[in-house]
Design a protein around this ligand. Sequence first.
Ligand code: ATP
Length: 299
Amino acid sequence: MSKPIRVVGSLNMDLVVQVPHQPIAGETVLGSDYTTYPGGKGANQAVAAARAGGQVEMWGAVGSDGFGQSLRDNLEQNGIDTQQLQTLEGSSGIALITVDPSGQNSIVVSPGANGRYTPQRLPPFTPAALLLLQLEIPLPTVLAVAEQAFTQGIPILLNPAPIQPLPGSLLRQIRYLVLNETEAASFTQSPIETPEQAQMAAQRLQQHGIPTVILTLGGAGLAWADGEDRGYLPAHAVNVVDTTAAGDGFCGALAACLAAGGSLQEALRFANAAAALAVTRAGAQTSLAQRAEIEVFLA
Ligand code: ATP
């Protein structure tokens, strides 16, 4: 068995209701029936990596409610190893999403079990090809698992979302930092409006001790800095239907390609294509691309 991609992160059940308008304080609005969609950045990236051909295991926590079992089943249906996924007494993470006719949404996240996934709950760290992290579980857990991976020489890919101040000790342990323009701007405190500025921002972020920094630029593609090199890849011209989870699709596919031994350039090309396919389809996990279609797209 080859070593897995280990995703340590969040799982949420998204509950979506269409509303005629967003309620103001004190108002009750009648909406549609609700629809449930498995989500959470951790789970989305795990599914993206698995569909992109990675052997993936998920560490994290769901609640003892019905959503917990559905979230676990969903990962398993995507071929993800859930042996280390814990079920904690109480609620699963959920996102309550209302969408109005103009497409504007309003979101309330209740972290549930994700917020109770403390460092004490981490199992002993075993070998892995790559550790894939986001910031939707408690920061002390992220720090503890990164420390273990770093000590064992396992490369860490961090997608620092939602953005928050991070200790320098964590940044120095990161091998690949993947972030969007808004997140990068909050780190570098300077505007990122052109591919040139994006490459310079990536280089500035390297000064935290990170060998490889990748800035995703939405429909403008991506900029990267790796060691002394830097560059830019335009996005594919596609028919954009829904950009939800483009970033998660990108991170998962990048992880899958790197873990399989791909070079950074191969992985960027692969992830840029996987994310382009994801934006041509509606939804979060439903839009994530399979390896075969990514390969056909690139052929
Ligand atoms: P999200 O929060 O929606 O998951 P994000 O802000 O983290 O996304 P983006 O920078 O918007 O991430 O997009 C990630 C990658 O997805 C881009 O680098 C690009 O490869 C692809 N992508 C995004 N938008 C488009 C688009 N309009 N056309 C083609 N590719 C796109």
